[in-house]
Design a protein around this ligand. Structure first.
Ligand SMILES: CC(C)(COP(=O)(O)OP(=O)(O)OC[C@H]1O[C@@H](n2cnc3c(N)ncnc32)[C@H](O)[C@@H]1OP(=O)(O)O)[C@@H](O)C(=O)NCCC(=O)NCCS
Length: 175
């Protein structure tokens, strides 16, 4: 049964979001990154969403800005990171629902695609495919397999648009 709602985050949610991300990732690093994102040009409040169950924030996702550098120059595109669900609320469909809602927001904003680094096992069923198959090169950590670079194409995507092929740069807030 779905007993949660998804809505954009507000400043009142920030402490609870921190609790969720620290618990989900079992460290502070991601939550610290979220704080830095909110201070940066990459922050997009409309696609920074919380899942609320019984009045409590139990999940959080962000689609932020990032850049792709093609042969013709640099342009801003969208990246999904981070996604976290409070451990006691995992495997209830909340993570998938957050991803779908954030993707819908990005599509509505006219984004051509959303990239991310993550497991194809989790993101594949949500419509993500290998980014390299579309000429999109993700900067991945040494330990990550190439298929960890993924993209979800949206209705505004034009395969003939060369500005959408190239290297994705992680914004400096990620360190
Ligand atoms: C990854 C995460 C966000 C998933 O959230 P969730 O609400 O549990 O996900 P869902 O309930 O929507 O799961 C949908 C499907 O994904 C798969 N899945 C979810 N968590 C999984 C896990 N830990 N291992 C393997 N498969 C998993 C399952 O197939 C699941 O379907 P099922 O419940 O019918 O088996 C959550 O486990 C989390 O916060 N993890 C720690 C932080 C993290 O790794 N974030 C992602 C970084 S890219």
């Amino acid at each position: 049964m779905t007993d949660w709602v998804i809505r954009p985050e507000t400043p009142e949610d920030f402490p609870a979001i921190r609790t969720v991300q620290v618990a989900a990732f079992n460290e502070d690093r991601v939550a610290d990154g979220v704080d830095r994102i909110r201070e940066s040009w990459i922050y997009r409040p409309a696609t920074s969403l919380v899942a609320v169950s019984d009045g409590d924030v139990v999940g959080h996702v962000m689609i932020t800005g990032c850049t792709v550098t093609s042969e013709t120059g640099e342009r801003e595109v969208a990246m999904l990171t981070p996604l976290g669900v409070l451990p006691g609320h995992q495997r209830r469909g909340i993570g998938s629902a957050l991803v779908r809602a954030a993707l819908a927001g990005a599509a509505q904003a006219g984004e051509p695609f959303v990239v991310l680094e993550g497991s194809p096992v989790y993101y594949g069923p949500l419509g993500f495919v290998a980014s390299r198959d579309h000429g999109i090169e993700m900067q991945l950590p040494d330990w990550a397999p190439p298929e960890a670079g993924q993209v979800h194409l949206l209705p505004a995507y034009d395969p003939a648009d060369a500005t959408l092929r190239g290297k994705i740069a992680y914004p400096p807030v990620y360190g």
